[in-house]
Design a binder for this molecule. Structure first.
Ligand SMILES: *Cc1c(COP(=O)(O)O)cnc(C)c1O
Length: 373
């Protein structure tokens, strides 16, 4: 005898089509020292001043934070010479990307991202009820023409990570301006500049100037990477006033917690710590790129704090085998097949010890006799 199943709550159309985000792993065999190189975290950790501010905030946990994160926005405004009224803070920049999608995208609408763009865009677009449209890349780099060709009358938003994660590649500002010039003024261009501080190329810009002057450009930034505060979940957007207004209406009333506000202010003011992280990264990213190329691996030129490393297919030397080999030795990196890159691994630039160990371990991986089977 069969009975019809009892009715039960069903999510909105499209929700179950979303692939949940799978963060970088952090487990290694017992007794092996862990080097977590899977989430582009800062190997130097946060500013000691940010840690002190976080600790001090522990004395005031019964009080709601300032829902507008006013002092944090003022600190960011001072640092970058921009109007705090045009800054919105969020629970990580992921929060801000979702708010932008919820504010501007609905069922029937489209939003464009590039083929190997950050996975959160696809989730945010679908969660808002919209349809993601994927633009192919050229040489693992966003392609402005491919993006512009995919604009339709239903397009509401374009997401561009610049530099991009997981490829580490970037578009020069001239290309970002060309992209902006080619978009209708009612389409929001979101420039996700999570790694902006690491880029030292003269032809790069985070998009701050464009967000300052254009009515349809938003730049997002994060405290999770250069500032080493990933655990606190805090990011910020610099946006035209009407976009800030929309985001402020729909954001969580207290979407940035007090310890995050206090640590964020201290981090923003500690230029020396930020500079040290940039210097460390520039040195070790170049060192690791050379070392891995020297053992025959294909390293995509990166301007971020991570490298996308290509492995040979088959012969026991592929990316999946390398991932296992590294993890067994305490080196946890990021598999990127969910980004459509099954032959690559993304390796965060770590401490000197971790970087040397990555190079040494991959050298022995490439030299070892091919695995059976
Ligand atoms: C890490 C990262 C972010 C930051 O996310 P948070 O939510 O601020 O931790 C945003 N965009 C890209 C492309 C990233 O890689």
């Amino acid at each position: 005898m069969s009975t019809a199943p009892a009715p039960r709550p069903v999510p909105r159309a499209g929700v179950l089509a979303i692939e949940a985000y799978v963060p970088g792993k952090s487990a290694v065999p017992p007794g092996v020292k862990l080097h977590k190189l899977s989430s582009n975290e800062n190997p130097l950790g946060p500013s000691p001043k940010a840690m002190a501010a976080f600790a001090a905030a522990a004395q005031k946990l019964e009080i709601y934070p300032d829902g507008a994160a006013t002092r944090l926005r003022e600190a960011i405004g001072r640092r970058y010479g921009i109007d705090p009224a045009r800054i919105v803070c969020g629970c990580g920049s992921d929060d801000l990307l979702s708010l932008l999608a919820y504010g501007y995208i609905g069922p029937g609408d489209e939003a464009i991202h590039s083929a190997h763009g950050f996975l959160i865009y696809d989730i945010a677009i679908r969660a808002a009820g919209g349809t993601p449209v994927v633009a192919p890349e050229r040489d693992l780099t966003a392609d402005v023409d491919a993006i512009l060709q995919r604009v339709t009358e239903r397009t509401r938003m374009v997401f561009l990570a610049n530099p991009n994660n997981p490829t580490g590649t970037y578009l020069p500002f001239s290309e970002v301006k060309r992209l902006h010039a080619g978009l209708r003024p009612d389409i929001v261009l979101v420039l996700d500049a999570a790694y902006a501080e690491y880029v030292r190329n003269n032809d790069y810009s985070s998009g701050l100037e464009l967000a300052a002057t254009a009515d349809n450009v938003v730049m997002t930034r994060t405290f999770s990477k250069i500032h080493g505060l990933a655990a606190l979940r805090v990011g910020w957007a610099y946006a035209p006033a009407p976009v800030c207004d929309a985001m402020n209406r729909i954001r969580g009333a207290f979407n940035v917690n007090l310890p995050a506000i206090e640590a964020g202010i201290a981090a923003m003011e500690d230029r020396a710590h930020e500079d040290a992280a940039v210097v460390h990264n520039a040195h070790w990213a170049a060192w690791l790129t050379d070392a891995l190329r020297g053992i025959g691996l294909d390293v995509v030129p990166s301007v971020g704090n991570f490298l996308l490393v290509g492995f040979p297919r088959g012969g026991g030397r592929d990316a999946a085998a390398a991932d296992r080999y590294l993890a067994e030795r305490g080196l946890v990196v990021r598999a990127v097949s969910s980004y459509g890159l099954p032959d690559h691994l993304r390796v965060t630039v770590g401490t000197e010890e971790a970087n040397r160990l990555v190079a040494e371990t991959l050298r022995s991986f490439m030299a070892a006799a091919p695995a059976h089977g």
